[in-house]
Design a protein around this ligand. Sequence first.
Ligand code: N2P
Length: 354
Amino acid sequence: MKKFLSFAFVVLLAGAWGFLKFKTAKNEMESAAAPENRRTLHVYAMSDYFPSEVIKEFETANNCEVKYDNFSNNEELLAKLQAGARGYDIIVPSDYAVRALIESKLIKPLDHAKLPNFKNLGRDFTEVPYDPGSKHSVAYTWGTSGLVYNTKFVKEPVESWDVLFKKEYVRKIALLDDSREVLGAMLRKLGYSTNTVNMDELKAAKELLLKLKPSVRLFSSDPKQHLLSGDVWIAHTYSGDAQQIIKDHPEYKYITPKEGGVIFIDAMAIPEGAPNEDLAYKFINNILQPEVGLKITEELRYSSPNTALESLLKDETLKASSIRKVQLGKLEFLKDLGAETEKWDRAWSEAKTK
Ligand code: N2P
């Protein structure tokens, strides 16, 4: 009897241990399974282009994770997708790159029924030449590129691209890491269009850039740190990125040079092969909410195409750059140059590698 009891006890113990082990394993499996159930939205855009608060709120509301990958210029995005990269759910190209992606069938036509907040966009930003009716893309921000400079070091008022060529600023200059922007600026300084495909004009732009190169400390699409550290005094940059610096450091100024430059609309699109299309629609529709758009424009300081948030804007600078104030003047939208882009690529790589 004693023997039986101790046998029973051992069996019971083993059973209990087995049960516990099973339970722990099950719990472990369940907790391991939970993150797998959380979907991941893959976003591919330029650096710092979505406020982290907006991303976090979206992740919580949709039980998902947002992974963010950066490109420095539209050509990098186009090359990557044209080479067959898949797996992104949201991309943020500029106007002319949207056109190129439509032409090469790399972005999906949008189902507007899944974007009820699309109605918040102003007509200037839905009837756009690069994507009439916004059939493939949804405007996210708009702005210009120009020059931001530190008035502590640059005492003269800056109004022209000429300032980049002055000997006082040798090695104190940053240019965007972007062929269309940089050669575009050279072209404007020479009095030509930023959309030229004329070889003589492009050659002149390339030569002007080669002349400027000794002054250039770096090519960067995100020169903020270099400006703040004092390495760079004048940077060719985007309006919103410049306004982010000015907000906290009023000694900086931003201008669009008098000879003209680039104005852009950046847009959200869903690339072919997107693994989480329904989540991508939710992401776009969320951005289009006025309160979310307000957070974005207040933090990123780009102008918003969302007319529904205009009445919520309190910040005077942002009001001044609001939707009603689009003035083209000498600014040009970049155009997709199709096969002629090759001429630009060649001029750019010749100027950059020399
Ligand atoms: C954001 C860059 C904005 C891109 N850091 C302008 N096309």
